[in-house]
Design a protein around this ligand. Structure first.
Ligand code: ARG
Length: 453
């Protein structure tokens, strides 16, 4: 039987190795920098551990950190590869350190398992990704608010069941979507906090008989705290990614509704909004076509992220406690989910910023029926009880006439209505999120610099 040599496994059948390694050599490339950061923190903590003789000295820890910085630089330059025989980034980095540092490289895995190692890599990666996502989310909300402000009181027919309902405005439409998107930050923030805990030191899920300082490793990496229970820490892998994917699925569903409105309102039959021609794609047979494919794909990506969230929960639900190799397959799911969501946020911000409005078409939509509720409310103002006013209008629908949409837009002055939008509310929320993200990124980047340059 033909077998392959790996660092840990004396001999593994190549087909079995290839199946178990799966996509790790490709996916783990994204984790290289975080793997090095995690190892730098672990080795630093090992060098401070009160054992005699030391596992590694402080000098040796510094040499390991310097070498890890080189691995990160090599990875950035495309000079670092994960071989199938490495299985994953963890072994590839250990192999490289052993090649360059000799016996010292063989010490770095003391008191650690790949189980807590990969879990910490994923958490550092997710933290970095979520900080980027938060910026992109606020940028999209900002683009919608800017669009709403630019066309604030431009009348737009409000719809329920897609039927003409009541006078509304472009300002209300745009900032309504912006607010939905900003609210999704609460779910993202929950996923961020759940993620902000350090699994290192749980090792294979059962700790080790060494005086590890788990708080110290957690602090070095900038986590809010260690995951306390070692067994729980091993089970948190996958749960964390599933919570993230659920938050992303919910966010995508919000984005999909925005895309759907934009598709609808930019149809020639509505003609309310116009997408730049360069943002539309054509047809190979119909010369006149300018299609909103970009927005249609937001819908399909939403379906995809929803599927990824479902896949992650399906993967978890029947797994026994402790590490199981199934967890490796969570990696591709969350990586795909976060990358699709981030691209979607960026592309939507661009499309929103480029969208034009056709005021004539928007005003044309104001058929008499749109004013029915306003007419009934004017009767109320003259003393008629509401239900009676409602019936008077309902029984004389043909008497309704087109009114001035601008006057209707100006008449709704209460909070959040056409003439009652608080632009500071949006500015403060967006500034608040951006400020928080900026602070977090600054301290995270400082720690990374400290550990791996
Ligand atoms: N590549 C593996 C993963 O992502 C690393 C952990 C392997 N651990 C193990 N006990 N086989 O899950």
């Amino acid at each position: 039987m033909k077998t392959e040599e790996t660092i840990t496994d004396r001999a593994v059948d190549p087909d079995i190795l290839s199946y178990t390694v799966g996509d790790d050599p490709v996916l783990d490339m994204e984790l290289t920098v975080w793997d090095c950061m995690g190892t730098a923190a672990h080795v630093t903590m090992l060098s401070e551990m009160p054992v005699d003789p030391p596992v590694v000295t402080r000098d040796e820890a510094a040499r390991v950190r310097a070498e890890l910085a080189k691995v990160v630089a090599a990875a950035r330059a495309g000079d670092f590869a994960i071989e199938e025989s490495d299985q994953d980034v963890h072994m590839a980095v250990e192999r490289r350190l052993t090649e360059t540092l000799g016996d010292l490289g063989k010490k770095i895995h003391t008191g650690r398992s790949r189980n807590d190692q990969v879990a910490v890599d994923v958490r550092l990666h997710i933290k970095d990704q979520l900080l980027g996502l938060a910026d992109e989310l606020t940028a999209l909300a900002g683009a919608l608010v800017a669009f709403g402000k630019a066309h604030d009181r431009v009348p737009l027919v409000g719809r329920t069941h897609l039927q003409p309902a009541m006078p509304s405005s472009v300002g209300v439409w745009a900032t309504g979507h912006a607010e939905m998107i900003l609210d999704q930050m609460e779910n993202i923030e929950a996923a961020y906090r759940l993620n902000d805990r350090c699994p290192l030191g749980s090792a294979a899920g059962y700790g080790v008989p060494l005086p590890l300082d788990r708080q110290r490793t957690s602090d070095l990496l900038g986590f809010a705290r260690p995951l306390h229970n070692v067994f729980g820490a091993s089970m948190a892998r996958g749960e964390d990614e599933a919570a993230l994917l659920s938050a992303l699925a919910q966010l995508m569903a919000v984005l999909s509704r925005l895309a759907e409105d934009m598709i609808l309102f930019s149809m020639p039959e509505f003609g309310y909004f116009k997408l730049p021609r360069a943002y539309c794609t054509g047809s190979s047979i119909m010369p006149q076509k300018y299609n909103p494919d970009v927005l249609e794909l937001v819908r399909s990506k939403t379906a995809q992220v929803l599927g990824l969230a479902t896949a992650s929960l399906a993967l978890l639900h029947a797994m026994p406690g402790g590490y199981n190799r199934d967890l490796q397959d969570c990696k591709g799911l969350y990586m795909k989910g976060i990358s699709v969501t981030r691209t979607t946020l960026r592309i939507l911000a661009k499309v929103v910023a480029g969208m034009a409005v056709d005021e004539v078409a928007l005003r044309r939509g104001f058929i008499p029926g749109v004013f029915a509720t306003d007419v009934a409310l004017r009767k109320v103002a003259a003393g008629v009880p509401w239900r009676e006013a409602y019936h008077q209008v309902r029984d004389n629908l043909e008497a309704l006439a087109a009114e001035d949409p601008d006057a209707a837009v100006a008449a709704k002055t209460h909070e959040g209505a056409t003439a009652g939008l608080d632009w500071n509310f949006y500015k403060n929320r967006i500034d608040g999120i951006s400020h928080g993200v900026g602070m977090r990124r600054k301290s995270f980047e400082a720690l990374r610099k400290e550990l791996i340059g």
